[in-house]
Design a binder for this molecule. Structure first.
Ligand SMILES: NC(=O)C[C@H](N)C(=O)O
Length: 322
């Protein structure tokens, strides 16, 4: 008998319209469709819409997974889709267990026509229990596509295939055959990459994200700098900003990570005009590589919470694995 642990955390996959008529809210976790030859255990550390999930919840989940991993052949986490990629990435950074961990959710709730919860849950379970999944780090499975936690991102607010992320899925799961003899057809397109892991006890560091736009002259920067232990800027293109930001960044002593508001591609120091990426890096800023701003924030929170210096943090971001 294979052993599958299912961890329910809330989200639309656990939701229905609330009896008071105010809208859709998390209520009961989804039941897992029948899996012949699999012993399933259920765990529910919290039952939240994912906009209420904090980095502290994510770390709590990581600790629960580490405890369950020795007694499980695979672990599925059901989660709201809005912050699923952040939880997946925090697990990517912190989990050292080799037991496969697969996150999934749904875009439609249990009372809608074409509820996508059961199919996603089944795909996630088959993926988590598949022999080729071990050693790949946490994954996200949605609409049959299998994504790496580092690159996965929500790309649509309502579509059932709501997840994507450059350069795309690392695998595909499909199912065929009658319910009691269902066969999973799973194929990976990429080999696993090295994944350094970190073990923060708590995530105490405060990191704020600033979002760049044409004509931004740094409004909000000084306030964020005063409050935070580190900053992430969702900058323009390859990591450029209006000229007014350059002196602000040059005088900041905390780490300033430059991500991009563009949906794909790396941050690299190309441009030498005031505020261009090359000038920001010369002023001390750290490029986020391929990480989006909210994933760069989590990485920075982890590294700051471990007490790393700005130069040590630069080494991690520039280490070539993000
Ligand atoms: N589809 C979903 O799960 C969206 C929901 N707002 C959540 O993230 O909890």
């Amino acid at each position: 008998m294979k052993r599958l642990a299912v961890i329910h955390t809330g989200g639309t996959i656990a939701s229905r319209p609330s009896p008071d008529g105010r809208g859709v809210t998390p209520q009961t976790p989804p039941s897992v469709p029948g899996l012949p030859g699999v012993q399933v255990t259920h765990h529910q550390p919290f039952n939240l819409p994912s906009p209420h999930v904090t980095p502290a919840h994510m770390l709590h989940l990581a600790h629960l997974i580490e405890r369950l991993a020795p007694d499980a052949d695979g672990i599925v986490v059901t989660h709201g889709t809005d912050t699923l990629e952040e939880t997946a990435f925090l697990l990517h950074l912190t989990l050292s267990a080799r037991t496969p961990v697969v996150l999934t959710g749904s875009m439609r709730h249990a009372e809608e026509i074409s509820w996508d919860g059961p199919g996603n849950l089944l795909d996630a379970a088959y993926t988590a229990l598949h022999p080729q999944t071990a050693g790949r780090g946490p994954l996200a499975v949605f609409s049959g596509d299998i994504f790496d936690a580092r690159t996965v991102t929500k790309v649509h607010t309502t579509a059932v295939d709501a997840f994507g992320g450059y350069p795309g899925p690392i695998g595909r799961i499909d199912r065929a055959g009658p319910r009691d003899q269902m066969q999973a057809h799973l194929r990976y397109f990429a080999t696993p990459e090295p994944r350094p892991t970190y073990a923060p006890e708590v995530l105490t560091a405060r990191v704020e994200i600033l979002y760049a736009a044409a004509g931004w002259t740094g409004e909000g920067y000084a306030e964020a700098e005063a409050r935070a232990d580190g900053l992430v800027i969702a900058a323009l293109g390859t990591g450029n900003l209006p000229a007014e930001l350059l002196p602000l960044i040059a005088s900041t002593t905390q780490p300033v990570i430059i991500a991009t508001r563009t949906h794909a591609g790396p941050v690299i120091p190309v441009y030498g005009y005031a505020g261009g990426g090359a000038t920001l890096v010369a002023a001390g800023a750290i490029p986020a590589s391929f990480l989006n701003a909210h994933k760069a924030r989590l990485l920075l929170m982890v590294l700051l919470s471990l007490g790393m210096s700005r130069e040590e943090i630069r080494g991690v971001f520039e280490g070539g694995v993000f």
